[in-house]
Design a binder for this molecule. Structure first.
Ligand SMILES: Nc1ncnc2c1ncn2[C@@H]1O[C@H](COP(=O)(O)OP(=O)(O)OP(=O)(O)O)[C@@H](O)[C@H]1O
Length: 602
């Protein structure tokens, strides 16, 4: 019994799985690209949409904004995350004067604060302010009679960029200030600067000690441009809300100075410094210069806005990862199911057989054929009575053949092959595989086999042919040939049931053909085509003679064109029987045989 192997289900499955995996990979790529695009858009959003109100400054964005609202610059960009790139504090509200960038001030005093100097390198010059341009008076000088503002004497190089030394502290205690430039419009001849600072501080909810004048500039007689550093009372920088509050208080003119001291004011610039926030990755999607120079910005890092973007990104990546994992698991499940469906379901009996074959294959270390039964050596040994000489059927070129009966009652002929070595083992198994697939009614069926590399035993088990071989029947002592060679014994070959009632001439002709077929040498035997032609001639001669007898026209036999004789023909063209022609007297020509007969093989 053979077990049909599946038509390579693993190959088709492999192709299917590979297709699905490709689909998943393509989907993943698409998702990644989409994510990257989303991320890029999110990252670029602040720079591309400068008019967007930052979520990070709700106190400011909620405020009613005056037309001359100065914008706040975000000085720190070097270490800032792109998500904390400058955002606009006052969308669509251009300042009346434009911002007064510190760098546009003439370098007057060496006491300009260090952050101011540094920032001038990275911030482009701003809009010119013709109304407040200096006229006759040198910057940093003060007209006679005008009381000079008390400049902060403390300058230190120990602080980092944009930070300044906090006044009144020991050591290098640096803080990030808010820099404020005010244009005082009506400065008295002898203003009390302490009163000015006190008024400013109290109306900004600050302490006087938090404000220090670091520079001044006199554009005209009664006007004075004054630069101040506002330092945080606690911590090292102002919070976004504190900065926004100071900004809005100033620009909305909620601060009122004594008209006898400095008069009204205009806010020229307010810059809020904060410590750089270390970014996890050097993402510099939006450089500081990318922000419009005329717009101040306020940004915190991380601001709530950026947190929101981060959470959006995390959400997108999370969903994408989830989809990817789900797709991969689905593909694996589908592949697994398809693979199990593609497997042939062997019957219990076949399973046992396959297990046996597997076990033997493992033991014998050679792949064993699965298309026929693997028989146990013990069974074969028992069937042949331990390969006793009495069981021998015959011996061929590859070993002896023993007669036996298997445990299930099947009569078999067991051919025990002589060892052919390792190569012989391999060839044996190949042959078994081939023989097991050959099925024909004229071929002896292979029942099973046994093979062991260790014991060098290879046995084939065939169906038993009970009546002996053809050769024995033809050439053996009781066979046909000895009788055919003796004309006196030919009658022994005729079926006794005929009782001698048959055409004797025809019988002789058929015996002649049979004798030719069992010639000792193969080269002397006729081909099958010749045998068929000869038998047909025998039949036609008989029919012709019958017809002649029926019509009572015996002379027509000689004139028949069907069976014209060439006088040289004989029944067989070669061999010892070539001269023997039982048809000679009948003038039967081989050319009378129809062409279709010639195509019949041996
Ligand atoms: N299936 C069978 N049933 C009965 N007898 C068999 C069967 N197979 C072989 N024999 C006997 O065993 C003898 C040896 O057969 P085997 O097939 O080994 O050799 P061979 O066919 O005669 O020649 P070769 O070795 O060239 O194949 C045969 O002559 C026959 O008598």
């Amino acid at each position: 019994m053979s077990i049909s192997a599946p038509s390579n289900p693993s190959g088709a499955l492999g192709n299917f799985c590979s297709f699905l995996v490709r689909v998943v990979v393509v989907l993943s790529c698409a998702i990644s690209i989409a994510n990257a695009d989303s991320a890029r858009k999110l990252l670029q959003a602040p720079a591309e949409s400068p008019a967007r109100v930052p979520e990070g400054a709700p106190p400011v964005s909620d405020l009613p904004l005056p037309s001359n609202l100065p914008l706040i610059h975000k000085p720190h960009q070097r270490h800032s995350s792109p998500l904390s790139a400058p955002t606009v504090l006052a969308p669509g509200q251009p300042p009346f004067y434009g911002p007064l960038i510190t760098s546009s001030h003439p370098p007057t005093s060496p006491r300009l604060s260090k952050p101011l100097m540094k920032r001038s390198a990275s911030v482009p010059p701003a809009v010119e302010l013709p109304n407040i341009a200096p006229t006759q008076i040198s910057p940093g000088t003060i007209p006679a009679g005008l009381a000079e503002p008390p400049l902060s004497p403390e300058v230190s190089n120990c602080c980092k960029r944009d930070s300044i030394l906090k006044r009144g502290t020991h050591g290098c205690h640096c803080v990030y200030p808010i820099k404020l430039d005010l244009l005082l419009l009506n400065v008295s001849q002898n203003p009390n600067w302490n009163v000015f600072l006190a008024e400013l501080a109290s109306q900004l909810d600050l302490l006087s000690s938090q404000i220090e004048i670091i520079n001044f500039y006199v554009p005209s007689l009664s006007r004075l441009n004054i630069s101040m550093d506002i330092t945080p009372h606690t911590g090292i920088s102002f919070s976004a809300s504190d900065a926004s509050k100071i900004n809005s208080t100033l620009v909305m003119h909620r601060v009122h100075f004594d008209p006898n001291v400095v008069g009204d004011y205009k806010v020229l610039n307010l810059t809020w410094f904060e410590p750089p926030v270390p970014a996890p990755a050097p993402i510099v999607a939006s450089e500081p210069v990318a922000a419009p120079a005329h717009q101040s910005s306020i940004s915190t890092s991380p601001s709530p806005s950026n947190k929101g973007k981060h959470s959006n990104l995390i959400l997108i990546f999370g969903i994408s990862a989830g989809i990817l994992v789900f797709a991969i698991i689905s593909v694996l499940i589908i592949c697994s199911c398809t693979f199990h469906e593609g497997k042939p379901k062997a019957s219990p009996k076949e399973s046992v057989k396959l297990r046996t074959i597997d076990a033997v294959a493992r033991a014998g270390s050679l792949p064993h054929p699965s298309s026929t039964r693997f028989l146990q050596y013990e069974e074969l040994k028992e069937a042949t009575n331990n390969f006793s000489p009495a069981s021998i059927l015959g011996e061929g070129g590859f070993g002896r053949v023993f007669k036996g009966v298997l445990s299930d009652g099947t009569a078999v002929a067991i051919k025990r092959l002589t060892s052919g070595g390792p190569q012989g083992d391999k060839e044996f198994l190949v042959e078994v595989e081939m023989l097991s697939r050959l099925h024909h009614r004229n071929l002896v069926k292979l029942v099973g086999y046994y093979s062991s590399r260790e014991s060098s035993q290879n046995l084939l088990c065939y169906e038993l042919v009970p009546n002996g071989s053809l050769e024995a029947w033809l050439h053996g002592p009781l066979g046909a040939r000895p009788i055919l060679r003796d004309k006196d014994r030919l009658e022994e070959l005729a079926d006794p049931r005929l009782g001698g009632k048959y055409p004797k001439e025809d019988f002789i002709r058929v015996c002649t053909i049979a004798a030719a077929c069992v010639a000792p040498e193969a080269s002397q035997r006729p081909t099958m085509g010749e045998v068929v032609q000869s038998l047909k001639m025998v039949q036609r001669v008989t029919e012709y003679q019958d017809s002649m007898l029926t019509n009572n026209r015996p002379n027509q036999r000689q004139s028949s064109t069907t069976f014209e004789s060439d006088e040289t023909s004989s029944m067989f063209s070669s061999g010892p029987y070539s001269g023997l022609s039982v048809f000679d007297n009948d003038n039967i020509s081989r050319t009378a045989v129809s062409s279709e007969d010639l195509h019949e093989g041996r």
